[in-house]
Design a protein around this ligand. Sequence first.
Ligand SMILES: [Zn+2]
Length: 451
Amino acid sequence: MPEIDLVVSGSVVTPESYQEDAWIAVKNGKIVSIGIGDKPAAERSYDASGCVILPGVIDGQTHAGSQFGFAGLEQTTRSAVAGGITTIVDMPYDQPDPVYTLQIMRDKIAAIEKHAYGDVALYATITNDSDLSEVGLLRDAGACAFKISSFENHPSRFPRIRNDRALALLNLLADTDVPTGLHNEDQEIVRATMAEFVAQNRTGPEDHEFSRPESAELVATATFLEMGRAAGAHVHIVHLSSPAGFELVRRYQSDGVRATGEMCVHYLHFDAAEDMTRLGTLMKVNPPIRSGVRDGLWDELEKSGAEFVSSDHSAWPLERKKVKSSFDAPAGIPGLETLLPAFFTGLSQRRKDAPRLAALYLSERPAKFFGIWPRKGGIQVGADADFAIVRNEEWKFDASQTLDGLNWSPYDGEIFSARIQATFVRGRLVWNGTQIEGSPGHGVFIPRLPS
Ligand SMILES: [Zn+2]
């Protein structure tokens, strides 16, 4: 009986190197050794010759429960593993109540163990009148970050948090390394501008970016960064739609504030002027995808403001997107099965080192940010055996074949140059390139490790 459960072989991306003709040995779901050339004997082997073996993707921003509550974890994680994502970091804004008490978090952890195909880490939140003593309990229970919003997306599920409450939360987390993320849009500016647009009958998809002006985003971002300075806490902006936002983050970083920004892949992929007429509300996200900033956003990846890249996957059924006024369509797009292919393809087109940078922005950096490194995020001895195996091949993305239960995507019909050949979660093959091999309940909750 061999000592090793599984050997996976191919070109391996580790935190330090890119190694062809390499192998990874797995025992009890963990990586026990990595080598080159002759493979050790193992009970099972997976030959990924001609493919790149990346660390499993950690998608730092998903919304599994906006529509279906905790049960949404099932289709979200099924779609995630088909996209090479082995851990999702799920937002707290579930139907009907957000994750703001220890009891709700315990219920969500139980739901993960029942529904999830892959692993799940959790954001938690507060409300405007919740008991702030819950914050320490949520942190101790393993919440990997907190999230609040400066804009009311929904009165109870996704409320706007008052500035005094936001500052109180940051003060509570100031002596920890736990980040607090912000959905960064100024409510008064957005509502007033939208009302003007409605009065002028300008409610088409092409009006969306201008109805939520960049100033609204920058005002909310700057206010939160300033609160981070006041509290001495780690403040994080969960999406910035233009280089000016990242520039603000970098200015605060150079002042010594613990500040970070996050890049969602759709801001790198789409341009409102080019794609909005074609896609309409199918590419409606908030903050909006803007015109003429895409190259500037790619440049931000080379600077310090953009910490990692995520999908911001939201599970809205297509019929809810197809409404008369684009202002009435819900914001958010599916993105789990396109995150790695779209980012990898974009890197390759820009002649960047796609395997290395995909591993850095989609795995290593988010793992460190959410406090789950070195268990997650890198192919190294002692880590969980989470792999995204990618074949370099041109293929046409067909949204009707997706596993997210939604079967639509603004990326439908696009040609990508990276395809997910297989996904392993803790040593188990969960996606074989054409179908799911895993099952609900394989996924586990991944707590933030104590600093
Ligand atoms: Zn989001």
